[in-house]
Design a protein around this ligand. Structure first.
Ligand code: ZN
Length: 387
């Protein structure tokens, strides 16, 4: 009797996953085949909560959400960790301007951000570490890197040695200097041995947030915060590192190097997904230039599903220019998709999952959905979370 019941359970499971095409396939990202068994550790670089969410932020998180959805459809549990960088000099300055504490501003902006993400059907991450809760972990990281000879202490600061990182990232010295300057690493600071050394820890200015450390009162460096949060949640290795393409260097290069040098485990990330920049008139969206399209403004005029589709109907790594007409096109495409889903249709719905497993080819998935209709279109709507 026991044997019969076991046998039936196996048969049922086979029926549930439905034939040969439902067999787990590797995910292909940027041409690399990535086999994941059971659970996938995703680290998604999250927001610095000092301002409203613009379309560029939303794009990264919607793509990360699709990645988790596609993994889940292959019976892999996506364990997404999306951090909040709530200890940051830009946030501190923005809070000071308003006469608020830094954590008050961070919590207020996080709440607005979560509302936008929820509208776009981005699932709440399994883990959402905040930098202010992981300062002790940054201290541990800095101590470990000092012991490993990968860092040095000077005048209350601890600097990570990064002289070899530009070459490892395939960048010329000039390009790396430009990016380090642009993202706040202050390559011209004479306090450090090399322009490409970055702060693991540094003293805080009077009146700015500060924590106790073996090197005096201070605050963590940005790259070190993400390194410490990633190690705390996922350990020394993640399956997928996700973020905007502007994070490739210096942020992700330093985060990975810090973790690899303190843990001895390489590589930190088995694969990376860097999402293309959203631009206006060829220029990056940024508050500093007023070049912004806010998610909440668009949500006031368009359906969340159309907005999600607008972000997804392109190769994920491609930078693109926002134009108002594109939202109307996404609305029209969504209407065609819903109409296709209402037809009897033909074909195997698993072709949609196969397309998405091949470098998250949303355009191919949408074309298949419109061509075959019925179950194929309904599967596309479910996987892309456009229902
Ligand atoms: Zn990060």
């Amino acid at each position: 009797m026991a044997y019969t019941r076991f046998s039936s359970a196996v048969t049922d499971a086979r029926q549930r996953i439905g034939g040969a095409t439902a067999r787990p396939q590797p995910l292909v990202l940027a041409g690399e085949r990535l086999h994941v068994v059971g659970a996938a550790r995703l680290y998604v670089c999250g927001i610095t909560p000092y301002d409203v969410t613009h379309l560029g932020h939303a794009s990264t998180f919607v793509w990360a959400d699709l990645l988790a959805s596609v993994l889940g459809a292959g019976s892999v549990q996506a364990r997404t960790c999306r951090n909040v960088t709530d200890v940051d000099d830009v946030l501190t300055a923005a809070a000071r301007e308003r006469g608020w504490y830094f954590d008050e501003l961070a919590l207020a902006q996080e709440s607005v951000f979560e509302h936008s993400m929820s509208a776009l059907r981005v699932a709440t991450p399994v883990e959402e570490p905040r930098a202010r809760h992981h300062v002790h972990a940054v201290v541990q990281l800095a101590e470990g890197l000092l012991q490993a000879g990968a860092a040095y202490e000077r005048d209350g600061a601890v600097w990570f040695r990064g002289a070899d990182l530009p070459a490892a990232a395939g960048l010329s010295r000039d390009e790396a200097l430009r990016l380090s300057e642009q993202y706040g690493d202050e390559p011209g600071d004479p306090a450090k041995d090399d322009p490409f050394d970055v702060a693991l820890w540094r003293p805080s200015e009077d009146g700015a947030p500060a924590w106790a450390s073996p090197w005096g009162w201070g605050r963590p460096g940005w790259h070190a915060e993400c390194a410490a949060m990633a190690m705390t949640v996922h350990g020394a290795c993640v399956d997928l590192l996700v973020g905007g393409e502007d994070l490739i260097f210096p942020h992700h290069a330093y985060q990975a190097a810090m973790i690899e040098r303190v843990s001895g485990v390489t590589p930190f990330a088995r694969a990376a997904m860097h999402v293309g920049e959203v631009r206006i008139g060829g220029a990056k969206m940024a508050k500093s230039t007023g070049n912004l399209v806010l998610v909440d403004d668009l949500l006031g005029e368009h359906s969340p599903a159309a907005l999600r589709l607008l972000l997804l109907c392109r190769p994920y790594s491609q930078a693109w220019d926002f134009e108002a007409d594109l939202v109307d096109e996404a609305e029209a495409r969504l209407a065609r998709l819903y109409a296709a889903a209402g037809t009897p249709g033909d074909g195997d719905p698993d072709v949609v999952l196969a397309a998405l497993r091949a470098d998250l080819d949303v355009m191919q998935a949408l074309n298949l959905a419109e061509r075959h209709g019925g179950d194929v279109a309904r599967r596309a709507i479910a996987l892309l979370k456009l229902g």
